[in-house]
Design a binder for this molecule. Structure first.
Ligand code: ATP
Length: 270
């Protein structure tokens, strides 16, 4: 069977409207949207458009969502792959796959390449010397660096990458002309959780007077992904109980269930 190398989406529908909270991060990526849409505006004064930016933050906080929204706002194709899939699936061919990816993205430029879990490829070299796939990973990383260095200033492909472990990344990735910008994507505070609830409640039939301030206060430490889960779970619980609308109790039950799941996950890790 032929494993899929990367996803290619030429009609991204996601926009900044779908991304709740993250005001600072959105402001920073707005500039990238602008680079993609109006490159001449920047290059005319001799400036170089950045080639890459690193989205840094805990799991489920909307890094992938934000990267996709950049493509949606700029109306450019979105090429995406996950670092961990990459290392697992393409033993022996990682470097040539990276070359293919960049070749396609350049052909379709302006475009975005998004690399999720870049730490799987971009861990500092020389660590984990015992692991057999280490040379392979390093070849893949080197090819990634080579591709980014090889971009001309007018290529207009911007590479976004996500990680929750910026501390373990090879410093070579952060050098000027590579991922030289870091954009922080943090867990939402109570006000931002309310905004995220608003986004994910849009498609639900909810009971009147549902108190979003209350729900936001009940969910400290929840990521955007957790809140999306709560909303979906609440709708399923309500349906299972034959209700016509999703009410406060359904949300509370869903919150309990998600907290239970999070605790289990943490137990496995620690
Ligand atoms: P990971 O590090 O685990 O890959 P991530 O930071 O890339 O996570 P996403 O995959 O973007 O997180 O988020 C998963 C889902 O959670 C999104 O598709 C969306 O439904 C929801 N979500 C996360 N953050 C937000 C947000 N700020 N606004 C609205 N929805 C969000």
């Amino acid at each position: 069977s032929k494993a899929k190398l990367f996803d290619q989406n030429t009609k991204v529908k996601t926009t900044f409207k779908d991304v709740a909270g993250l005001e600072g991060a959105k402001e920073e990526v707005q500039e990238i949207v602008d680079f993609l849409k109006y490159p001449e505006k920047y290059t005319t004064l001799g400036g170089k458009i950045p080639k890459g930016a690193l989205l840094v933050g805990p799991p489920g906080t909307g890094k992938t969502l934000l990267a996709k929204a950049v493509a949606g706002e700029a109306k450019v194709p979105f090429f995406s792959l996950s670092g961990s899939d990459f290392v697992e699936m393409f033993v022996g061919v990682g470097a040539s796959r990276v070359r293919d990816l960049f070749k396609q993205a350049k052909e379709k430029s302006p475009s975005i390449i998004f690399i999720d879990e870049i730490d799987a490829i971009g861990r500092a070299r020389g660590k984990n010397a015992m692991s057999g796939s280490n040379d392979e990973r390093e070849n893949t990383l080197n090819q990634l660096l080579t591709e980014m260095d090889g971009f001309g200033t007018n290529t207009n492909v911007i590479v976004l990458a996500a990680t929750n472990r910026a501390d373990i990344l090879d410093k070579a990735l952060m050098r000027a002309g590579r991922f030289d910008r870091q954009i922080y994507v943090d867990l939402p505070d109570v006000r931002e959780r309310k905004e995220i609830f608003e986004v994910h409640l849009r498609p639900l039939k909810k009971s009147e007077g549902l108190d979003l301030d209350f729900l936001s206060k009940q969910t400290p430490g929840f990521s955007g992904a957790d809140i999306a889960n709560v909303c979906n779970e609440a709708a399923l619980i309500a349906a299972r109980n034959g209700k016509k609308a999703v009410d406060k109790q359904d949300f509370l039950d869903a919150v309990d269930r998600i907290i239970g799941g999070l605790e289990k996950k943490n137990k496995i890790i620690t």
